[in-house]
Design a protein around this ligand. Structure first.
Ligand SMILES: [Zn+2]
Ligand SMILES: [Zn+2]
Length: 362
């Protein structure tokens, strides 16, 4: 269809005369485009009085810039409120809350593609959920799998040479504990959420729950998923704060949506224990599918009690195994073996130039 301004205005005017707020708003916008501010504001005033939010917003801006009298704007606000209030009823409120809940659950129960730890940036395999098998690089705060650290060490030994550089960012590795701490401090000062969260964990371990909470809040505001989990846990246990179930759920849900299996498991356990069996099972099925051991153990326990079907049970076992298998590699096996034999070069010999620390397990 050809664009036709006069037909657009004709139909909008017909609708506006018939009481259509959006058509009235469009006429206002059209007048505005043609610099007819006075006519535009007249249209916006009528549209806003019929409950149109966008028109009210535009008038508010015009009032702030002095183009609309304050008294006139106050009258429009009253009319807009009256129009909106007239549309409300308990049934509509209920329907609106139900719709919001539905949208919320759609997001909450969408299985994240990977866990919050994502893939190792070097070997590109999913990170093991056991953080004892991953290391944080003090130079760049990157989480790397021990397999890749091991591979670097082996290759250096074969070449009888070490470049002393981080395998990821290629910056020189800290040579000792003091340098490592200095580097981490630099990362914290640079607002690195990972480094801030780790600092929070160290405060927590020393019993300083209040500072831990402050640091986790900062890391969470910077988008760190694990910090949300830590905050959820603090509100659940009342550590450094008053216990608060709503806040606990709020933080756990953000972490679960971000792929945190422990946060999701805790949500599931809370739902399950509160009698919301379906929601609880849904959560635990998702966390199990990310390779979370406690979740699959729980499913094994509740299956004989009839809380999951035979098909769900089989699917959970398959998904859990696939997730665990996906994290395996020869290098990771080798590093696990070295740790068992206490020959792991980074953890047991910090004086040889260790530059990783293990984030704490959850
Ligand atoms: Zn790796
Ligand atoms: Zn690095």
């Amino acid at each position: 269809m050809e664009k036709d301004e006069s037909k657009f205005v004709y139909h909008c005017e017909e609708a506006a005369i018939g009481g259509h707020p959006r058509a009235r708003h469009n006429l206002g916008a059209h007048e505005e485009d043609n610099q007819n501010t006075e006519r535009a504001n007249k249209h916006f005033t009528i549209a806003a009085s019929l409950g149109d939010d966008e028109s009210l917003k535009l008038l508010e801006e015009s009032c702030e810039s002095g183009k609309v009298e304050k008294d006139d704007f106050a009258a429009v606000v009253r009319a807009h409120k009256a129009a909106v209030d007239a549309t409300k009823s308990p049934q509509r409120e209920f329907a609106s809350v139900a719709l919001q809940q539905l949208e919320h659950d759609k997001l909450l129960f969408k299985r994240p593609e990977c866990s919050h730890l994502e893939d190792c940036p070097i070997c590109l395999l999913p990170m093991d959920l056991d953080n004892e098998k991953n290391g944080m690089l003090a130079c760049c705060s990157k989480l790397l799998c021990d397999g890749c650290m091991m591979a670097k060490k082996i290759s250096e030994e074969e070449r009888s040479d070490t470049d002393g550089k981080c395998p990821f960012c290629r910056q020189p590795c800290p040579k000792n504990e003091v340098e490592m701490k200095k580097n981490i401090k630099k990362r914290v000062d640079a607002n690195d959420p990972f480094a801030i969260r780790e600092k929070g964990l160290r405060c927590y371990e020393k019993g300083d729950h209040v500072t831990a909470l402050e640091l986790w809040t900062k890391a969470a505001n910077l988008g760190d998923i694990d910090a949300h989990f830590r905050l959820g846990k603090a509100y659940s246990l009342g550590e450094g704060v008053e216990k608060d179930v709503n806040k606990q759920t709020y933080y756990y849900e953000i972490a679960a949506i971000g792929g945190h299996p422990s946060a999701r498991f805790n949500l599931g356990a809370h739902d399950f224990n509160s009698g919301n069996i379906d929601r609880g099972v849904k959560h635990i099925m998702i966390s199990a599918s990310h390779g979370h051991d406690l979740s699959i153990q729980t499913i094994k326990q509740i299956y004989p009690l009839g809380y999951v079907t035979k098909e769900e049970f089989a699917a959970a076992l398959r998904a859990h195994k696939a997730a665990v298998d996906a994290t395996k590699s020869i290098q990771r096996e080798a590093s696990a073996e070295a740790q068992r034999n206490k020959t792991w070069p980074y953890v047991f010999h910090p004086d040889k130039g260790s530059h990783i620390s293990h984030p704490r397990n959850f």
